[in-house]
Design a protein around this ligand. Structure first.
Ligand code: GLA
Ligand code: ZN
Length: 675
């Protein structure tokens, strides 16, 4: 397996932080102290310049790059590298004052004043010119600086703008999508309903509380437009930074389960995906959260099919939830190594040094207000850095999965709009719940998009794939026909890509034949209600969504045991071509899916990286050059002993041979095997 490094000029695991030295420009001796501390923390990377615009261009057209010149040289001299940001995530006051069009307009059509950050219009020609000018200058000045190993585009792209420029751009987007034919729009959106027909594109407004949110096709196309426009803005940023040194890879920091952008589309122009991970550790659902964090690591890894970056994580604590607990001893390092286990080539924090003022002054940071390294958090970070040094050869290696879960943003949006049960949709949570079954068993999963090739996988999980989109049903059919095993759930293929229902029985587009079932009705349960299901003589509980399905060739593996639909199928399997297509008709409370999938895994001979894992313990592996790096992660607050590694490897921290492992509370161990 060929290694893929973030930047081959620095083939290492990265360990570093968002670094905002411009906040300390009046005390530059702190900059030198930061360099000493960076080495003491075993850090080798700093993300710089993320919110620096007001310093870099204090007055329009007046540039001052002196602090960046100094900092880049200092970091490099201290042995570190820099991920250099474009500062478009926040802009100087003068720009908002002189060009109000750079600011966003809210859904209720109020223009924002200069405020907060992340509030720029993605369409504004003025903003685009200003960003291009800034990025081009940064690229010319630093593109060939030896410290710079990647570009960090903006910060956490997100949000929407309803200004006249964005509304006009939306109409153009629709003209293009519907070949300038308003009747095609009327058909696609079913606008005869409530007399909502459009006579021209000029009449179309984005969905807002002031306009129309009842046209599902419109809602969907608006969300598609927001992704399109954000991506278009980002591509302009990329083009500008590439004018310096086109070989520097670009990334942008994405967010956990962010709803507003189709990250599959947004990530296409990036070289590297990176993301900001802030799990609410030590909440009652600690293991569920650990698995969910794993789901998102897997999703981000699969976007580029190469190592990703953990761009931000909090040392100690964050500061924006209602209650912000400190991470318990061990958790910082465990959370960091969890990212690496799933394919990250970095562990990075927000932020390096705690700000003295403003809203993030009590957010966790590597260097606290006390200013020295004798703190619990600093020691933890330094320890993580020490472990990363010992496992540095993991950099560039790959994760291999035989199981995939399909997760899709457009489907998510469409499912949420469907009105038969409004509070129980939980599409994201459902995908995470299926993933958790494998996480508990130490089985690696790829979280994939509908455009991906399904053929490398032995098992393909399709939770709530209500709107598979053009061509996906045919791909699923071909996959099963060729011998694949698909496991789909309730709500499979009910609408087309403009959110019009398939006629002729669900699931549509031939999937009725593939799965051998017809879904006639959907029952929605109140939150506390349960139905009973039996499989192999065992009783299970169902909740939220229950479909009443008829078999058309499929075999029944489980059935409802309560309600007026008792005796109808709860799980079916259909042989189709040389494969099998399973259909789960109801939402379960985890025990059922665990039992059903365990039987399938057994049949397919898919085993965990480590077998018989105790509760709260999981295992993942990365591969390269005939070597397998096995990570065993213990999310329990107590030691687990005697885990059988299934062979003799080398403990990468101690260098000792090991065939069993004791993993202390909240920690991970990494073993090297010759594969
Ligand atoms: C986000 C931002 C950072 C910082 C952190 C705080 O991830 O990108 O600038 O505000 O949140 O948790
Ligand atoms: Zn706008």
């Amino acid at each position: 397996m060929e290694r893929k490094y973030v930047n081959p000029s620095f083939p290492h695991l990265l360990h570093g932080a968002d670094y905002n030295p411009e906040q300390w420009a009046e005390t530059p001796e702190i900059w030198d102290e930061d360099m000493r501390l960076m080495q003491a923390a075993n850090a080798n990377e700093m993300s710089v310049g993320i919110f620096s615009w007001a310093v870099l261009e204090p007055r329009e057209g007046e540039y001052d790059f002196s602090f960046l010149d100094t900092i880049l040289d200092k970091v490099y001299a201290a042995g570190g590298r820099v991920i250099l940001a474009t500062p478009s995530g926040a802009r100087p006051h003068w720009m908002a004052d002189k060009y109000p069009e750079v600011l966003r307009v809210t859904p209720t059509r109020d223009r924002m004043s200069f405020s907060t950050r992340h509030n720029h219009c993605m369409t504004s020609p003025v903003y685009r010119v200003k960003v291009r000018e800034m990025n081009t200058r940064l690229a010319a000045r630093y593109g060939n600086h030896p410290a710079v190993i990647a570009w960090h585009l903006s910060n956490e792209y997100g949000g929407e703008c309803f200004c006249p420029l964005c509304c006009a751009a939306f109409r153009d987007f629709l003209r293009e999508r519907y070949n300038n034919d308003i009747e095609a729009v009327n058909r696609a959106w079913w606008t005869t309903f409530w007399s909502h027909r459009y006579d021209s594109f000029e009449q179309i407004d984005p969905p807002t509380p002031l306009t129309d949110t009842s046209i599902h096709g419109l809602n969907l196309d608006w969300k598609r437009f927001v992704t399109h426009q954000t991506r278009n803005f980002m591509e302009a940023e990329i083009a500008a930074v590439r004018t310096g040194n086109p070989d520097i890879p670009v990334t942008t920091n994405l967010m956990t389960g962010y709803y507003g952008l189709d990250y599959h589309k947004l990530s296409e122009p990036l070289d590297i995906v990176s993301w900001d991970s802030y799990p609410d550790w030590h909440s009652p659902e600690h293991f569920i959260l650990a698995a969910k964090t794993g789901f998102w690591h897997d999703a981000f890894r699969c976007m580029k099919r190469r190592p990703f970056l953990l761009m931000e994580s909090a040392p100690g604590t964050i500061n924006w939830r209602d209650v912000n607990k400190l991470k318990r001893p061990g958790m910082d390092t465990l959370g960091s190594l969890q990212a690496v286990a799933h394919g990250s080539d970095s562990v990075q924090y927000f932020q390096w040094r705690k700000s003295r003022g403003s809203v993030e002054k009590f957010h966790g940071a590597v260097v606290d207000h006390v200013g020295h390294e004798n703190t619990r958090i600093f020691r933890t970070v330094a320890h993580t850095g020490e472990v990363l040094k010992k496992i540095d050869e993991v950099a560039g290696s790959t994760v291999i999965s035989r199981v995939a879960i399909l997760f899709d943003w457009e489907n998510w949006w469409a499912v949420d709009d469907a009105r038969f049960s409004c509070i129980n949709k939980k599409y994201r949570e459902t995908c995470e719940a299926y993933h958790r079954v494998f996480w508990k068993k130490g089985i690696s999963v790829d979280v994939i998009r509908k455009e991906d090739d399904f053929s490398p996988y032995d098992l393909l999980i399709l939770p709530m794939l209500y709107m598979p989109g053009k061509g996906t049903a045919a791909k699923i059919r071909a996959y099963v026909e060729a011998g694949g095993t698909a496991y789909a759930t309730y709500m499979l293929n009910m609408v087309n890509e403009t959110d019009l229902c398939h006629l002729g029985g669900f699931p549509g587009e031939g999937l009725r034949e593939v799965f051998g079932i017809w879904n006639e009705e959907i029952d929605a349960l109140k939150p506390a209600e349960r139905v009973h299901v039996t499989m192999d003589g065992t009783d299970y509980e169902g909740c939220d969504v229950c479909e009443i399905v008829h078999t058309e060739g499929a075999e029944i593996l489980a059935e409802y045991a309560s309600e007026f639909y008792a005796g109808t199928p709860a799980l079916t399997v259909n042989r189709f071509g040389s494969g099998r297509a399973y259909y789960q008709t109801f939402r379960d409370t985890d025990a059922f899916k665990e039992a059903a999938l365990s039987a399938i895994l057994e049949k397919l001979g898919i085993r965990g990286e480590v077998e018989a894992l105790p509760d709260g313990v999981t295992a993942h592996a990365r591969y390269a050059d005939g070597v397998r790096y096995l990570f065993v992660e213990n999310f329990n607050n107590e030691e687990v002993c005697g885990i059988d590694l299934g062979g003799t490897g080398t403990d990468m921290e101690t260098g000792e041979p090991a065939d069993t492992a004791n993993i202390p509370a909240f920690s991970a161990k990494i073993f090297r095997f010759n594969a």
